[in-house]
Design a protein around this ligand. Structure first.
Ligand code: NAI
Ligand code: MG
Length: 396
């Protein structure tokens, strides 16, 4: 088989640390590929006025599969101030390159699995009968719509005449906001399309069927947000008709955030719009070890990009010895292997991670409930590289 080419986009901060470690693990598992580096992130915003250069888009168009570390985003004014002086007059506005990638390639299906590794001291526990402690096994996959909804970017402050007049056609706007001065109004829309809603729902049901999950839980709020959540619930009920073995549960996002700390083992596949999917996936990630463990895939019809859920953690970026946990990035690389049909290698790596976690000899600072400081390694925490080494050792 021809060698694959993977577009490696380390980005900023700890993205630059964890991505090379994941590639080392992929190589140790026998995955042979060529890696081409895709420029993305803050450096390219400052130097070129574009954090997502066209050449990176071209690389992804050609090779279809990307591994992404993390990027740094900053508020509008800070972003402007850091622009190289000759670019300051050009009217450039910073926008997140990972959001840009998702939109450019219509990577509308975001998948975020959260599963328990036995022996992880960060696992969720609860009191059982008498003095017993229960550690329920979480095995949940969140499907988050990745391109629309509240993150769709259709928003205004001090809306112009056309927008304001359109809003004034809605009786509730007139009643609740009609007397508010226009320059005191900010509006962010929550737009759902049938096409994208159907795609995320179908992806969720197909995954549940393929991997034997008993339920798909729609996590929205259709009783209050009638149009968007309501449409999604109606469509979910229709699609469920095609899957007689899979139950459709309907929970409200707020209640779900409570229930997931009560009976997380009862959930299988979760599906939600963009923002609620973002929230509920962080909630479940917290039950299995948090940001050091949370991985994700952004998938479109043609292109897919795999990334840890965490950001660039700038305060840890310049440590002489890196202390962050590479497992989220390595797990994201496993999702990439699954995506391209290298499931055996993905399983091998997950098994190696499971062994390292179960043994408990090598733990990064986050797994030891320490706060992140340069001296954690002296105090017995593993460095980023030592964690990757331990996983590689198990692959031998
Ligand atoms: P963050 O995820 O970078 O860091 C939050 C905290 O989580 C860190 O201080 C650290 O304590 C912990 N953490 C993160 N990754 C870890 C790891 N692998 N191992 C151990 N601990 C880890 O989020 P924050 O601080 O809100 O944002 C920092 C920058 O990252 C911002 O510029 C933000 O815009 C960006 N960001 C980028 C994302 C992306 O590239 N997809 C996602 C989230 C934030
Ligand atoms: Mg998030």
């Amino acid at each position: 088989m021809a060698k694959r080419t993977i577009v490696a986009m380390p980005g900023d901060g700890i993205g630059k640390t964890v991505l090379p470690e994941a590639i080392r693990v992929l190589e140790a598992a026998g995955f042979e590929a060529d890696y081409v580096e895709g420029d993305i992130g803050w450096e390219f915003w400052c130097k070129e006025g574009n954090p997502l250069p066209e050449r990176t888009i071209k690389l992804l168009e050609e090779h279809k599969v990307g591994l992404f570390g993390a990027i740094t985003s900053k508020p509008k004014e800070e972003a402007f101030n850091e622009l190289s002086p000759e670019l300051k007059e050009k009217g450039l506005v910073y926008s997140s390159p990972i959001v840009g990638l998702r939109q450019h390639f219509n990577l509308d299906i975001c998948m975020r699995p959260c599963h328990t590794y036995k022996g992880n001291p960060l696992n969720f526990i609860r009191r059982g009968k008498g003095d017993s402690i229960e550690e329920p096994e979480v095995d949940v996959v969140i499907f988050r719509q990745n391109t629309e909804g509240l993150y769709g970017g259709v928003e205004w402050s001090n809306p112009d005449d056309k927008v304001y007049d359109a809003l004034m056609t809605h009786p509730k706007f007139v009643k609740n906001f009609g007397s508010v001065p226009r320059n005191e109004l900010s509006v962010s829309t929550r737009i759902f399309t049938k096409k994208a809603t159907e795609r995320i729902l179908r992806a969720a049901f197909a995954h549940a069927a393929k991997y034997g999950y008993k339920s798909v839980t729609l996590c929205e709020k259709p009783n209050v947000i009638h149009e968007t959540s309501g449409m999604m619930y109606k469509m979910a009920k229709e699609i469920q008709q095609e899957y007689s073995d899979i139950a459709l549960w309907n929970t409200n996002i707020d209640a779900q955030m409570m229930w997931l700390t009560k009976n997380p083992e009862d959930y299988g596949v979760i599906v939600a719009g963009n923002m609620f999917g973002d929230i509920v996936s962080d909630g479940f990630a917290g039950l299995i070890g948090g940001l050091g463990f949370a991985c994700s895939a952004n998938m479109g019809d043609e292109v897919a990009v795999f990334e840890p859920t965490h950001g660039s953690a700038p305060k840890y970026a310049d440590y002489d010895v890196s202390i962050v946990n590479p497992i989220a990035m390595i797990e994201s690389a496993c999702m990439m292997l699954d995506h391209i049909g290298e499931n055996d290698k993905a399983s091998k790596i997950r098994k190696a991670i499971a062994e390292v976690v179960a043994e408990g000899k090598v733990r990064t600072y986050d797994m030891m409930k320490m706060s992140g400081r340069p001296d954690v390694v002296e105090k017995g925490a593993a460095s980023t590289q030592q964690m990757a080494d331990a996983i590689i050792e198990k692959l031998k």
